[in-house]
Design a protein around this ligand. Structure first.
Ligand SMILES: Cc1cc2nc3c(=O)[nH]c(=O)nc-3n(C[C@H](O)[C@H](O)[C@H](O)COP(=O)(O)OP(=O)(O)OC[C@H]3O[C@@H](n4cnc5c(N)ncnc54)[C@H](O)[C@@H]3O)c2cc1C
Ligand code: SF4
Ligand code: SF4
Length: 806
């Protein structure tokens, strides 16, 4: 009898079955959730929309039947009568047992504060919790998450991905204080704040405010963080209710010995509900070990098996950031060696703590390449290299292949699913020769994903370099098994002009895939410049309403100002509109434009009409702006008219869709006042009518100087070459691949050969097709007066928008 249908209970059952337990036991499982067994870790992915509910089930209902397990799903156990050996369930049932396993997990901890009984207060533990949060995320705008540990961060990240304004309140001084030291916590905080989440550390909540429904969270200084709903993720407590009611020995958790036996013979316990040698756990790694020991013991496979605790090394992907933490977060004794590397801007923090020549702690944040060796050194006390920095960087320490080879078979590679190196090697020996096949067979890498690089290395090593290429890597979108050239050929051949037609004809079983829709819409629009059958759900919100959504759910309007040039008349109009609609902020952007921020969705058509100016492309995967300097017209260094060329480029290519956004710059001399060298396409006047054209530059999260494509002799040639590059990128670039990835992928020499030397005879066709795109350009602002759908400019949210009204 198993009480608790969660990760530990079912893992124990799986281990029993692996050891022939089906012959020895008739298994009954009680679980108060009305489902099969799912991977709780993946709830974060369900919340962020990266995974579907179906995808996170480890064992769906048929598995129980196939293994002759009697599952009582949705039935809560009240207590165990240890003497009669019967369990009493909440439905009034009584079921006898011989051996009982408690695996009731944890319950969320609620800090003492007022207002916990208000509507709109949630926890984040179960599939039902994730569903409630998803529903709230769709209908509300502001959330406050209480707790900045793993769960709180995951909840905040998940909610932020839905465009909500999220405040995270954490009472300790730094995030994830249980796993990380203060400096690592600060680096993590930066990364979290980059996601748009507002972090408040060292702040206790005074209480929840609201009448009937929660409206805000009050802080000690009286500030109230407004909230439409609140998530409490302030920690967990072992769920010992059944154990207490049944008279078992309970301290912080259900007390067990080294065989996972409770104070009563025939009653065992595993997972988060237990306390073993004074220790309770809140991560999955220990429960894999516990389940193995229990199964060894119960089946008699290894009667002397004992559990001696788990040294938790945490491998996580928290809100998209890789985190590995083991042992001590920092030095404790005077003679502890401490090697630290911190690069907060890049979100990287690494440290190791060495005591008497042994690794006793390590933290890796943002760069987890050294995980394999460090885990091994930590778990097995391996001798360390003299040069301690090589623990963090590859400075003559064993290269990756060697360290993978040296890992012992029982090293846990995937924490989330409890997969060891040995199981991966067995999967390869059993015929899995691609990474996807290994992941499918072992489930390794299918949890938080942080171990994927290691799974890949081990698979490669085990296959002796004889890997089958994983074809899906080359697909243009995940839902259609074709690379871009084949996909384009099939679309053209069949004349497919809508996203649903592509799915119907080319996806396996005609199944639609939400993650593929945006990429397909963009591809179809590129291929059929004269028009496609538009399906609005195939576009991002910004593309649907032709404005840029901001973090508070309002939009920004950016009147077009080609080349950054405007007129007094335009400025007057912009000022009038800003007054009339009381816009939140008027801002000159990095792209030399004026941004009117804080416009409500339903006001967009009115704002556009009053402005009477077309939209500058401030959103969308398309040609955006051309930044220019004042050039020869006004600047005393100017060698040519950069302003006019910028305007001409923007006029010609405005709005054309590309795999990712495209930003340009034109400067009148190499002094580079408009930063052309770091644009997707940068044009620099070099005198005597000549212009240099650079491609593949970037000055965002990645900084890269563009590669010189060619030096041409006239502005007209710049326009042609630029158009040719844009079309080439449209046809050969992967979906969402920026030019700074695209150009290095192909190599500038190859790009130059194709576009400048016309080595492949493609140039004329590219010129022709980009011309067709230019000819078919339509001003999307027209939709302001003739909406494409009735709901296009209706507020999406039932709550009032901020006061941006005429
Ligand atoms: C959102 C989220 C993200 C996480 N991410 C990570 C991560 O990245 N890495 C990591 O290592 N860990 C992570 N964890 C923790 C991990 O999920 C747990 O360590 C693990 O699920 C514990 O397993 P368990 O079986 O002890 O408890 P659970 O999986 O919670 O299972 C207990 C089950 O028992 C049921 N139950 C309780 N009482 C009764 C009763 N009286 N009658 C019948 N059924 C009962 C419960 O409903 C539940 O289904 C995460 C947890 C959450 C919630
Ligand atoms: S505008 Fe750009 S740089 Fe500024 S916060 Fe937003 S994404 Fe970051
Ligand atoms: S880039 Fe050269 S031409 Fe342009 S403003 Fe600067 S100095 Fe003048």
């Amino acid at each position: 009898m198993v009480v608790g249908n969660g990760m530990a209970g079912i893992r124990a059952v799986e281990e029993l079955l692996d050891r022939g337990g089906a012959e020895q036991f008739d298994i009954t499982v009680f679980g108060d959730e009305p489902y099969g067994n799912y991977n709780r870790i993946m709830l974060s992915h369900v919340l962020s929309g990266e995974e579907t509910e179906e995808a996170i089930f480890l064992n769906a209902l048929p598995w129980y039947a196939q293994n002759s397990i009697d599952l009582r799903a949705g039935v809560r156990v009240d207590r165990i009568d240890r003497f009669a050996k019967v369990v009493h369930d909440a439905d009034g049932g009584r079921t006898p047992y011989d051996t009982l396993l408690l695996a009731t997990g944890s319950t969320p901890f609620f800090p003492t504060m007022e207002g916990l009984d208000l509507d709109g207060v949630f926890t984040f533990r179960t599939l039902d919790d994730a569903r409630s949060l998803l529903t709230s995320a769709k209908t509300h705008r502001r959330a406050v998450v209480i707790g900045g540990g793993l769960l709180g961060l995951e909840a905040a990240h998940g909610l932020a991905t839905h465009g909500l304004q999220v405040d995270l309140v954490h009472s300790p001084a730094h995030l994830m204080n249980q796993q990380l030291g203060p400096e690592a916590g600060r680096v993590l905080r930066r990364k979290i704040e980059e996601l748009g989440i507002r972090v408040h550390t060292g702040v206790r909540t005074r209480g929840l405010r609201g009448t009937g429904r929660v409206e805000g969270v009050e802080l000690p200084d009286g500030t109230v963080l407004e909230a439409d709903f609140v998530v409490i993720a302030a920690g967990i407590r072992p769920n010992v209710d059944v154990a207490v009611r049944s008279g078992l020995e309970v301290e912080r958790g259900v007390v067990v010995d080294d065989r996972m036996r409770t104070s009563h013979p025939d009653v065992y316990a595993v997972g988060e509900c237990v306390q073993h040698r004074g220790q309770t756990y809140g991560l999955v790694a220990p429960l894999w070990d516990q389940a193995g020991v229990l199964a060894d013991h119960l089946t008699g496979a290894r009667p002397d098996a004992e559990y001696h605790g788990t040294r938790t090394s945490t491998k996580l992907k928290v809100a998209g950031v890789d985190v590995v933490a083991m042992g001590l977060p920092g030095p404790e004794r005077d003679d502890d060696e401490f090697v630290v590397f911190s690069e907060p801007h890049r979100g990287v923090y690494l440290n190791v703590v060495v005591r008497e020549g042994r690794l006793v702690g390590a933290t890796l944040l943002g760069d987890v390449r050294k995980t394999a060796f460090l885990t091994q050194a930590f778990d097995q006390g391996l001798p360390l290299p003299e040069e301690r920095t090589s623990l963090l960087f590859d400075l003559g320490s064993p290269d990756e292949a060697t360290s993978v080879a040296e890992l012992s078979d029982d090293v846990q590679v995937c924490n989330c699913n409890g997969v060891t190196k040995g199981r991966i090697v067995d999967a390869v020996a059993g015929g899995c020769t691609s990474i996807t096949a290994v992941m499918g067979k072992t489930k390794a890498g299918k949890g938080c994903g942080s171990c994927k690089p290691l799974v890949e290395q081990i698979t490669e090593w085990a296959a002796g370099g004889d890997l089958t290429v994983d074809e899906s890597v080359g697909w243009y979108v995940p839902g259609v098994p074709l690379a871009k050239p084949e996909l384009m050929a099939a679309i053209r051949e069949r004349g497919l002009k809508s996203v649903s037609a592509v799915f119907r004809e080319l996806a396996p079983g005609g199944v639609e895939d939400a993650k593929s829709k945006m990429g397909l819409t963009s591809l179809l629009r590129m291929m059929w410049p004269e028009g496609i059958e538009e399906e609005r759900d195939g576009r991002y919100i910004n593309d649907r309403v032709h404005a840029n959504i901001q973090r508070d759910g309002t939009f920004s309007v950016v009147p077009q100002m080609k080349g950054g040039v405007t007129t007094p008349e335009q400025l007057r109009k912009i000022a009038d509109v800003a007054d009339k609609y009381d816009v939140g902020m008027v801002k000159v952007t990095g792209g030399q434009r004026i941004d009117l921020l804080g416009v409500a969705k339903e006001d967009l058509p009115k704002v556009w009409a009053d402005l009477g100016m077309p939209s500058g492309y401030a959103y969308g995967k398309s040609f955006r702006t051309v930044k220019t300097c004042v050039g020869s017209e006004f600047c005393r260094f100017g060698l040519d008219d950069s302003t006019q060329l910028g305007i001409d480029l923007e006029t010609r290519y405005q709005g054309i869709e590309t795999p990712a956004k495209l930003k340009l710059g034109v400067v009148g001399c190499p002094r580079n006042c408009a930063e052309a060298y770091v644009k997707d396409i940068g044009v620099v006047a070099v005198g005597a009518g000549k212009w240099e054209v650079y491609v593949g530059g970037a000055a965002g999260a990645t900084v890269r100087k563009g590669d010189l494509l060619a030096t041409v002799g006239s502005a007209q040639e710049v326009l042609t070459l630029t158009g040719r590059f844009i079309q080439f990128y449209r046809e050969w670039g992967n979906w969402l691949e920026r030019t700074y990835e695209f150009v290095p992928r192909l190599g500038i020499e190859r790009v130059r050969k194709v576009l400048v030397d016309d080595s492949d005879g493609l140039a004329a066709g590219l010129d022709e097709r980009v011309q067709a795109a230019v000819d078919n350009y339509r001003d999307p602002w027209q939709e302001g007066t003739a909406p494409v759908t009735t709901g296009q400019f209706r507020p999406a949210l039932p709550l009032g928008m901020p006061a941006v009204r005429s």
